[in-house]
Design a protein around this ligand. Structure first.
Ligand SMILES: Nc1ncnc2c1ncn2[C@@H]1O[C@H](COP(=O)(O)OP(=O)(O)OP(=O)(O)O)[C@@H](O)[C@H]1O
Ligand SMILES: [Mg+2]
Length: 245
């Protein structure tokens, strides 16, 4: 075990959708300052895991703990106040509200911290000039930026990012991911979900793979060879797996 304390601890979390067990005994611990990536194929349970961490699904069993505070049974607004914010899959902006109105929704009852609407306009230089445009009129990449801004103005200690790259051109994805070091420098710890394994491995300090709700692999990018990742991701036995270096 590392000496660095965990900021966000997920302990043997199990989540059901009706009869379906979508997340099964998943544990992970995200240390302050990390960029922790969850990878996995469609339906692996990634979004269910993040949504349960922010309180949008109820855990069947297990715990969610932020900096020693057990939030397992806390309401979503209490978790936000405690410092966990989610950028949901598919952005989920309010399409008929303007860019600025969407950001202000995130600032409602925000924690104190470095981020406010003005700071978001510094992060995304194009945004201020388009603040009065409706979110529906923005491109996918622009909407993703607004969704990130909306989560940031809550000043989360841990920012959860659910598939930022979904439906975006590679160049746009790169631009968005290039932002992460700046967030880390501002004190934000990141837990992200990606189907794009290459992207996850490039930005993450640690990677955990889910397959049908269970953890199949965890390690640092340096420890995880491509065959090991592929085996964990697709659930195929790997015959000639090289020894970890
Ligand atoms: N609200 C829901 N009601 C019923 N079943 C659900 C619900 N949400 C997800 N599921 C099911 O739970 C499983 C995990 O879904 P989840 O969305 O968490 O996976 P994911 O890893 O995020 O997938 P993707 O990469 O496609 O986003 C899937 O089998 C999915 O069909
Ligand atoms: Mg998902």
């Amino acid at each position: 075990m590392s000496a660095a304390p965990a900021l966000l601890e997920v302990d043997r979390l199990t989540v059901h959708h009706g009869q379906l067990c979508a997340v099964r005994e998943v544990s992970l611990s995200v240390r302050t300052g990390e960029t922790f990536a969850i990878i996995g194929a469609n339906g692996a349970g990634k979004s269910t895991l993040l949504r349960t961490i922010v309180g949008l699904h109820r855990a069947t069993s297990g715990r969610v703990v932020l900096d020693g505070e057990d939030l397992t049974h806390a309401r979503p607004d209490a978790r936000l106040k405690a410092g966990i914010a989610l950028v949901p899959e598919g952005r989920r902006l309010f399409p008929s509200l303007t860019v600025e109105e969407n950001l202000l929704v995130g600032a409602y009852r925000a924690r104190r911290g470095p981020f406010d609407v003005a700071r978001v306009y510094e992060l995304f230089e194009w945004m201020a000039a388009r603040r009065r445009q409706r979110a529906a009129q923005l491109s996918g990449g622009e909407q993703q930026a607004v969704a990130i801004g909306r989560a940031l103005v809550a000043n989360p200690r841990v920012l959860l990012l659910d598939e930022l790259s979904l439906g975006l051109a590679p160049v746009v994805v790169q631009r968005i991911y290039a932002l992460l070091p700046e967030l880390t420098a501002a004190g934000v710890t990141v837990l992200l979900v990606e189907q794009d394994v290459g992207q996850a491995v490039r930005v993450a300090t640690r990677v955990q793979c889910l397959l049908e709700g269970s953890t199949t692999l965890t390690g640092t990018p340096a420890e995880l060879t491509r065959p090991r990742i592929e085996a964990a991701y697709f659930g195929v036995a790997h015959e000639q797996e090289p020894e970890p270096r």
